[in-house]
Design a protein around this ligand. Structure first.
Ligand SMILES: Nc1ncnc2c1ncn2[C@@H]1O[C@H](COP(=O)(O)OP(=O)(O)OC[C@H]2O[C@@H]([n+]3cccc(C(=O)O)c3)[C@H](O)[C@@H]2O)[C@@H](O)[C@H]1O
Ligand SMILES: Nc1ncnc2c1ncn2[C@@H]1O[C@H](COP(=O)(O)OP(=O)(O)OP(=O)(O)O)[C@@H](O)[C@H]1O
Ligand SMILES: NC(=O)CC[C@H](N)C(=O)O
Length: 551
């Protein structure tokens, strides 16, 4: 029986499906941990295939590849630290989400996830079979209680492990970022510690995967419920924790990280989400329309912070309605960010469509049709650049607009990825002011200002006709976002939202816009989740929907 143990926490950034590449990341992390003198290296959930693997798990060839890598990695543990890794794993014709202890050259123990999350962004019951509530694993004479991610969010698995003699709880995770989620995770961890009297190691993966981004933010909670070690969020890192058996249980010592503010967390989620989407899908860079407005300005700043200025291409596409202010502001943003800015005027496209459609539109007043054609001319221009040179088009619409359908299909909605899809306009204002004064770790953009103050303070306008502002069509953004948060994140009924102090007629109007715009959101590009209810798979309303009685 050992009275000391060195456990490394490996917060790595796997790529879903890249089993060979992930094996390299695992080996590199293990080599670092070996240098530090680790007995055991703990990785995140399903680190062999990346999380979430979704329907790849339904493919036999994929499972073969994962299992082959597990056996190769196991064979490498004849000497040096053991590893607790995660992989899909077949047993008696069923596929499980497993944690595997690799030690002494073999798969020394297998533990299966008991609670499969099947809500929000998670669909695990679709591809995995739940395992039985697991017993502890004996490792160098110490009984480790392994819970896999969702298993920590309930009391039963930890309770069983405690009753069967576990001494330290170890939790590999694939827990996607949401603003304010770090506190929720730690609360669940503290509850399990309080119920069992056992310390807990929480290891999460880091990096972006389609609409999800993982912040890492791994930590250790001691038997008193105190966080005694934590890893910096948003970075791959291997950290050593030293454990000593004492009269009242295992004591842990490890390094601490600096706390991160709420806005910094959201900003980093956008940066890391975009960086990994672009690099993991092997784009040479991104292109976006830079209007001089705040949405495209913050998108450009995020892109530069994620990829570096040389990978971000901005295009100003003025129309006859574009103000001098917008032209100046777009130029100023490009200067501050040090990015390429081209100007492509859309006047000729507008004139060409007017001429082409004149016979069909004769006798009809100019209306939103012509406005949308401008937006589509810009979308076509960006898609043309993307096709010709390869950069992916960034879509700049924010969550307030996506909620209300305040965006043009095949116009400003076109693109490969939407940086602000889950970020309300009021948060866009806050993030823009914040980024002008802070450059978070790992960001590649300028230390100082990224946009002139005027971009933040001027009234938002689509500039699709003279003197237009967003507030001609939408309620003021403070009011709109307050209502939307109640309807979307809060799932409240109209009377419940009104009871919060909002105007009845405005709430009903916003609710109708939200409901009606479902068809647009279904055609929108993916974008990083930062809230507790993002659009996409986490909010599945029917498009054809005659149910109105919720008001
Ligand atoms: N249920 C449904 N299923 C499938 N398609 C449906 C549909 N309902 C309408 N449609 C179709 O959708 C089309 C209408 O949508 P769309 O063409 O996009 O046009 P629409 O939504 O009518 O107009 C675009 C709105 O976005 C605003 N905008 C545009 C550009 C930039 C900004 C900004 O400041 O960021 C704002 C603009 O001021 C206007 O309020 C029509 O073809 C209609 O038939
Ligand atoms: N003159 C323009 N030049 C380049 N891109 C433009 C121009 N106008 C609009 N766009 C693109 O279309 C998107 C929709 O912008 P629009 O100006 O209509 O309203 P917005 O949502 O307030 O965005 P922004 O705050 O960036 O102006 C912009 O973010 C930008 O990417
Ligand atoms: N991978 C999982 O089991 C994730 C579910 C868990 N509730 C989380 O988000 O942290």
């Amino acid at each position: 029986m050992s009275d000391t143990l060195s456990i490394a926490l490996a917060q790595i950034n796997p790529v879903v499906g890249d089993v060979a590449g992930n094996a390299r990341l695992i080996r590199d992390a293990r080599a670092k941990a070996a240098e530090m003198g680790a007995d055991l290296v703990v990785f995140g959930e399903l680190c062999v295939c990346g999380y979430p693997p979704e329907d790849l798990v339904l493919k036999g060839a994929f499972l073969d590849a994962c299992e082959e890598v597990v056996h190769q990695l196991a064979a490498e543990t004849v000497t040096g630290p053991a590893m607790l890794i995660g992989s899909p794993w077949r047993m008696t014709d069923r596929t499980h989400n497993a944690a595997l202890l690799l030690d002494h050259g073999r798969v020394a123990a297998t533990r299966l996830k008991h609670h499969l999350p099947n809500y929000g962004v998670f669909d695990e019951a679709r591809v995995f079979t739940p395992g039985p509530s697991p017993g502890p694993i004996s490792f160098r004479g110490v009984r480790l209680g392994v819970l896999i991610c969702e298993d920590m969010w309930f009391a039963d698995v930890a309770e069983t492990l405690g009753e069967s003699g576990a001494e330290i709880l170890v939790v590999p995770n694939g827990s996607p970022f949401e603003a304010d989620k770090a506190g929720i995770r730690q609360e669940h961890a503290r509850n399990r510690v309080a119920e069992t009297g056992l310390p807990l190691i929480y290891v999460n993966q880091v990096g972006g995967q389609d609409e999800l981004v993982f912040d890492g933010a791994s930590f250790v909670v001691n038997t008193k419920g105190e966080v005694v070690c934590d890893l910096a969020p948003w970075a791959s890192e291997v950290v050593l924790t030293r454990w000593t058996r004492e009269a009242d249980g295992w004591n842990c010592e490890g390094p601490r990280a600096k706390p991160v503010s709420r806005l910094e967390g959201i900003y980093q989620a956008m940066v890391v989400g975009l960086r990994d989407y672009v690099t993991k899908n092997r784009f040479p860079g991104v292109v976006l329309g830079l209007s001089g407005g705040i949405d495209s300005a913050i998108c450009a700043a995020v892109a530069v912070d994620a990829l570096g200025a040389d990978k971000v291409w901005c295009v100003m596409m003025p129309s006859p309605y574009t103000s001098t202010e917008s032209l100046e502001d777009a130029a100023a943003i490009a200067r501050l960010l040090n990015v390429r800015l081209d100007t492509v005027t859309i006047g000729p496209a507008m004139a060409a469509f007017d001429t082409m459609l004149a016979p069909l539109f004769a006798g009809r007043e100019a209306d939103i049709t012509e406005e949308n054609l401008q937006s589509r001319a810009r979308g076509m221009t960006l898609m043309g650049i993307s096709n010709k040179y390869g950069p992916m088009v960034l879509s700049t619409g924010n969550k307030s607009e996506m909620s209300c359908g305040y965006a043009t299909l095949y116009g400003d909605m076109c693109g490969g990825y939407a940086v602000l899809k889950d970020v309300y306009k009021t948060t866009v204002f806050a993030l823009s002011s914040w980024r002008n004064h802070h450059r978070p770790p790992g960001c590649l953009g300028p230390e100082g200002m990224v946009m002139p103050d005027r971009v933040i303070t001027k009234p938002p306008s689509a500039e699709l006709k003279p003197n237009q502002t967003d507030q001609d069509t939408l309620p003021p953004y403070d009011e709109l976002d307050g209502i939307l948060e109640c309807l979307i994140e809060g799932e409240m009924s109209v009377p419940e939202v009104v009871a919060k102090g909002f105007d009845d007629a405005v709430v009903r109007r916003v609710w109708r816009m939200l409901d009606r715009a479902e068809y647009k959101r279904r055609q929108a590009p993916p974008g990083v989740k930062v809230s507790s209810r993002s659009f996409g798979r986490e909010r599945r309303y029917p498009i054809t929907n005659a149910f109105t009685s919720i008001i």
